[in-house]
Design a protein around this ligand. Structure first.
Ligand code: KIV
Length: 298
């Protein structure tokens, strides 16, 4: 018998207890998050035992083939959240608030966060940046919805940041980034994503916060890690950032399988006997007996 305490003290079945993520941080147990955009993927993430599934607006790029996450709409995230929550019965589902759905006012942010929870079934929402997003986060938390922050490379505002590149690389920018993370925590965020920041900055942010940091391109000293489904499983043909580790090459597996399928259809090797339906013999006889002369000729 192991003396190790259970990963989640209060969990027996159903959804993982979100407040216990902080306890994982305290015990130094790493938190695992992955993106997913549909029910079967969410089911697989659940089966693999990940803690959090993110319905990320990265979908705009890796699923819908866009150049950035900016055009992603609330309706898209809402629909994908409905699919993902049908698959993820155990993992905590976090839904991204896309660009343009929370910046204008606290009221806008709260109304859209409520839609993601009420209509989408999300357990929590995520928004990007410090600044005005801190008051938006507080308003959403005050409405009773758990919020995850996101600082560093924030793809929704990549143009302002000078593109998809690492952030917090000067002492001033690093301090600002940590101040933003602390402000998000003080606004009530239960965790903060740190994207594409030097590991020294991620380490300092992780020490400064009592809530967990979830890193992506932020080194190994954050409290958890997140990767984008298509990047880590190898079926996204676009540019993959250097921080991505490929755990599988599903793109190659899929192309090989589709190639064999095409070959077998063309050669007539597929479908085989076991892939076809049969009629009871007497029905077949009656059917063929009644067949029209034109259909009999075929
Ligand atoms: O949209 C997304 O997938 C994200 C992760 C990269 C954190 O925000």
């Amino acid at each position: 018998m192991s003396d190790k305490p259970p990963r989640y003290a209060s969990w027996t079945a159903g959804k993982l207890p979100l407040p216990e993520l902080q306890e994982l941080k305290r015990r130094g147990e790493k938190i695992v998050m992955v993106t997913a955009y549909d029910a079967p993927s969410a089911r697989l993430a659940d089966a693999a035992g990940v803690d959090l599934v993110l319905v990320g607006d990265s979908s705009g790029m890796v699923v819908h083939g866009r150049e950035s996450t900016v055009p992603v709409t609330l309706e898209e995230i809402l629909l994908m959240t409905q699919w993902v929550t049908r698959g993820a019965k155990r993992s905590i589902v976090v839904a991204d608030l896309p660009f343009g759905t929370y910046e204008a006012s606290d009221e806008q942010a709260v109304a859209n966060a409520i839609r993601l929870v009420k209509e989408g079934g999300a357990d929590a929402v995520k928004l990007e940046r410090g600044g005005t997003s801190v008051t938006r986060a507080k308003a959403i938390v005050d409405a009773g919805i758990p919020v995850m922050g996101h600082v560093g490379l924030t793809p929704q505002t990549a143009t302002v940041l000078g593109g998809f590149k690492a952030q917090g690389r000067t002492a001033d920018r690093a301090r600002q980034l940590i101040d933003d993370a602390v402000a998000l925590q003080n606004a009530g965020c239960f965790a903060v994503v740190l994207e594409a920041v030097p590991s020294a900055v991620a380490r300092a942010a992780t020490l400064a916060l009592t809530v967990p940091t979830i890193g992506i391109g932020a080194g190994g000293e954050t409290d958890g890690q997140v990767l984008v489904w298509h990047d880590m499983l190898g079926y996204y043909e676009g540019h993959a950032p250097r921080f991505v580790k490929r755990y599988a090459d599903l793109g190659d597996v899929i192309v090989e399988a589709l190639g064999r399928y095409a070959e077998e259809v063309r050669s007539g090797a597929f479908p085989e006997e076991q892939h076809t339906y049969k009629m009871p013999a007497e029905e077949l006889e009656a059917f063929e007996g009644r067949a029209t002369p034109s259909s009999r000729r075929r």
